[in-house]
Design a protein around this ligand. Structure first.
Ligand code: GTP
Ligand code: MG
Length: 542
């Protein structure tokens, strides 16, 4: 027979526990004092345990995980921002990786040299035909053969011929076979293949630096991108021919990019190249400079003609005529030829920050960062590819993240997208920004805007490039840094105000130059505190 349960049954003295806790009958005063003392002591211990459990619970809640998504068009500075986070919060791993960037820096340098040679070639106009799609045919024809002629062109071309082969070898080493990019070159020489596969100096191939990042490639089919930029709007002038340092659509100019699944860092890791010591009697270390097939030897041998080319005033004049500002382009190392081509060149922090390697897919890095408001917090930062073809990978992360750092390179107002020479870079940033702030999935996500590359904006404006020539709505305002930067600040702010899916969201805007470590460290510190505060508020812990 079942007995019905009585809800909220009051504890009666028939309850054995209550009965046991009752003071004994006929208790003497001294027995009572002892009993009370023991009870008090037991309560103190019990309260201590309760407090400990409360603290543990609080800490568990306080030990939040913050997830940040870095967004922005290609070359906006996302990966560079991630490098700054690494430099601040995982410096040992960052430093261990520096040597692996040698290949990228060499390739950046070699490509800059080739772009100059292409630009000064007597046939340059023909080479540029597919880039100058907005120029009238008559203008093209009349320009052929005009402009500054480079007397030493043939000399430069011949002296720098070995760099052609080197570019192919470096590209081959850094590319992964499954890339959908025109970075594939004919098979490299066997000795170079062995570096690329990490089989060089068998036995010495140790894993260098931190473990490879966890890579997440969204498996879902790419949704129709709500973030794809539309065609250039009315009111935007098209960039002048050659005005973009990145506008070429030629496959040979395709940027080097690596998929995160490829272990490109291994190809140039220190473990593969240094053995020590060279002999029992000296402390001299044997390094990559002792390997005759290392790229440094070709670069070292070409250093003088490279220097001469870059210093040649007629070359500079020709580049100006062609509106090619190599110094503004990604991976610019031409001012440091002697240092970088030295046999024992070892990349500095600054070199790594300046090195350019396009991101494919999504890279994920996690750091444990102490916070002033609570104990260590696990920060996960997602760095995505910003090229139009890469943007389908962004949306799956929208529902996961607490904050987005959006980078808009405001120096790029006179440039077009590398993948679509019909789209002005600044307009692309405006469109992306609008799509992002109006996205309902991101309503509760903190958004921080980095108006980036202000160093390049400053020098570009100083050199006389006028914003209104590319953005007619800027009108006759002064073409100086203060006015132009204020204009961009207001413009991005106004887009947020007008289109934000969350009218209560406070927007933080920073002017940045993310290659500048000191400035960026301060900004990152502030950003971290803003994100934590917003996060704690959302958890109602403040
Ligand atoms: N001078 C200067 N260069 C910058 C700045 N920010 C980034 N760069 C350089 O611009 C290039 C492109 O930066 P990345 O960080 O690779 O750009 P990204 O947004 O990750 O590009 P994708 O991976 O293609 O989406 C690199 O060579 C950087 O060193 C800046 O503020 N000033
Ligand atoms: Mg990147």
């Amino acid at each position: 027979m079942s007995v019905p349960l009585v809800p909220n049954r009051r504890r009666s003295l028939s309850d054995p526990l209550s009965a046991a806790l009752q003071p004994p009958q006929n208790e003497t005063p001294s027995e009572r004092d002892r009993r009370l003392f023991v009870e008090l002591e037991a309560k103190r211990v019990s309260d201590g345990i309760d407090e400990m459990l409360r603290q543990e619970r609080k800490e568990r809640r306080m030990k939040q995980e913050v997830k940040i998504l870095l967004l922005g068009q290609s070359e906006s500075g996302k990966s560079t921002t991630l490098k700054q986070f690494q430099l601040m919060h995982a410096p040992a791993a960052f430093h261990a990786d520096r040597i692996a960037w040698r290949a990228v820096i060499y390739l950046n340098l070699v490509r800059s040299v080739r772009r100059i040679l292409d630009a000064i070639s007597p046939n340059a106009e023909y080479l540029d035909d597919d880039n100058e799609i907005f120029e009238s045919l008559s203008r093209k024809i009349s320009s052929r053969g005009s402009g500054t002629q480079i007397a030493k062109y043939e000399h430069y071309r011949r002296a720098l011929e070995p760099l052609k082969d080197l570019e192919e070898r470096l590209t081959r080493m850094l590319s992964s076979p499954d890339e959908d990019e025109a970075t594939h070159m004919p098979p490299a020489r066997p000795d170079w293949n062995s570096y690329a596969t990490g089989n060089h100096h068998k036995g010495a191939a140790t894993k260098n630096g931190r473990p490879a990042p966890v890579i997440t490639i969204p498996q879902s089919p790419p949704p129709p991108s709500p973030l794809s930029p539309s065609s250039p709007p009315v009111g935007y002038s098209l960039p002048s021919p050659g005005g973009s340092s990145n506008g070429s659509s030629k496959s040979r100019d395709a940027e080097i990019s690596v998929h995160h699944t490829s272990n490109w860092k291994k190809a140039f890791s220190l473990g593969n190249k240094i053995r020590s010591p060279k002999s029992a009697h000296t402390n001299e270390i044997e390094g990559w400079w002792d390997d005759p097939s290392d790229p440094v030897h070709v670069l070292n041998a070409c250093a003088q003609p490279m220097l001469a080319l870059w210093k040649d005033t007629s070359v500079k004049q020709r580049l100006r005529e062609r509106k090619l500002r190599i110094e503004d382009s990604s991976g610019f190392f031409l001012d440091e030829i002697s240092r970088i081509t030295a046999l024992r060149y070892f990349p500095t922090d600054q070199d790594v920050l300046k090195a350019r390697l396009k991101t494919l897919g999504v890279v994920e890095h996690t750091f444990a960062i102490p916070s002033s408001q609570c104990s260590n917090i696990d920060w996960t930062i997602y760095d995505v590819g910003g090229a139009p073809k890469q943007r389908h990978a962004w949306a799956p992360y929208f529902s996961e993240v607490n904050a987005i750092i959006f980078l808009a390179p405001i120096s790029a107002f006179d440039q077009v997208l590398a993948e679509d020479p019909e789209v002005n870079r600044l307009e692309d940033s405006f469109q992306l920004w609008k799509s992002l702030v109006s996205n309902k999935l991101l309503m509760d996500v903190s958004i921080i805007l980095f108006l980036n590359k202000i160093d390049l904006l400053r020098s570009k404006l100083k050199s006389g490039v006028r914003l209104k020539d590319h953005l007619p709505s800027y009108g006759d305002r002064p073409n100086d840094f203060e006015d132009v930067s204020k204009y961009f600040y207001n413009k991005f702010g106004a887009i947020h105000q007008e289109h934000s899916a969350n009218k209560m969201r406070e927007l933080k805007i920073h002017f940045t130059s993310v290659t500048d470590t000191r400035r960026t460290a301060t900004i990152i510190h502030n950003v971290r505190e803003i994100i934590i505060t917003a996060n704690l508020k959302s958890l109602q812990l403040m």
